[in-house]
Design a protein around this ligand. Structure first.
Ligand SMILES: Cc1cc2nc3c(=O)[nH]c(=O)nc-3n(C[C@H](O)[C@H](O)[C@H](O)COP(=O)(O)O)c2cc1C
Length: 198
């Protein structure tokens, strides 16, 4: 079956910051005419998501395996938790071994984004480690090039490894927004180019 190309923006967010990044990235994706598909993942608990509704009370709906399988590109975001991605996102990614076995994500472009409470609280370690499972999946990792001038001037979030937010609340400043826009636009353009090479 042919699907019109979309970039999956897959994220976990408990207090809204990573969600704000996801929404800003989606605007960058859609500036190219490509669909941005926003999806989240349920929290995990000792009894593993028992009793959770299929549709969350607010925000994006939960990601299905098919949302991931058929994407033309992926942006994956998580709050930083002890310098690493949050367990609910890792739980979802660890459930994707069938996609790995069948090589279904090979050669698709991917990028990552994160949010932290403190300035030096581990954005880069989170972003770099979030790339590892995507490399195992055979995805083509891209970040944000320094031709985006805000990378040189930011005093908050925004890294060459991916978009980010730093702060106590979920409101992004103009620099963080601009870098989200650039990353979203870039991954969508790459998705279109790579799809053309199939
Ligand atoms: C268990 C836990 C661990 C955290 N670890 C870090 C950390 O290592 N560095 C940091 O700066 N913030 C840390 N935080 C704060 C979150 O990363 C930060 O508030 C983030 O912006 C929340 O994103 P969200 O609003 O999308 O949930 C942690 C929060 C929790 C609950």
């Amino acid at each position: 079956m042919n699907h019109s190309p979309y970039v999956l923006v897959l994220y976990y967010s408990r207090t809204g910051s990573t969600r704000a990044l996801a929404e800003a990235l989606a605007r960058g994706i859609e500036s190219t005419g490509v669909e941005a598909r926003l999806r989240t993942v349920p929290p995990v608990s000792p009894d593993n998501k028992a009793g959770l509704p299929e549709i969350p009370d607010e925000g994006a709906v939960y990601c299905s395996k098919d949302d991931l399988r058929h994407c033309a590109g992926l942006l994956m975001g998580s709050p930083t938790r002890f310098g690493n991605m949050a367990a609910p996102l890792k739980y979802f990614i660890d459930s994707a071994s069938d996609l790995w076995l069948n090589g279904e994500l090979i050669n698709k472009p991917a990028g990552v984004f994160t949010s932290t409470a403190s300035l030096h609280g581990g954005q880069e370690s989170t972003l770099l480690s979030m790339m590892l499972p995507l490399l195992h999946q055979g995805m083509i990792i891209s970040g944000i090039p320094y031709s985006e001038k805000e990378l040189n001037t930011t005093t908050t979030g925004g890294t060459p490894y991916g978009a980010s937010h730093h702060g106590e609340n979920a409101s992004l400043d103009s620099t963080e927004q601009a870098l989200c826009h650039a990353q979203g636009k870039r991954i969508a353009s790459l998705a279109l180019k790579l799809k053309g090479d199939e």
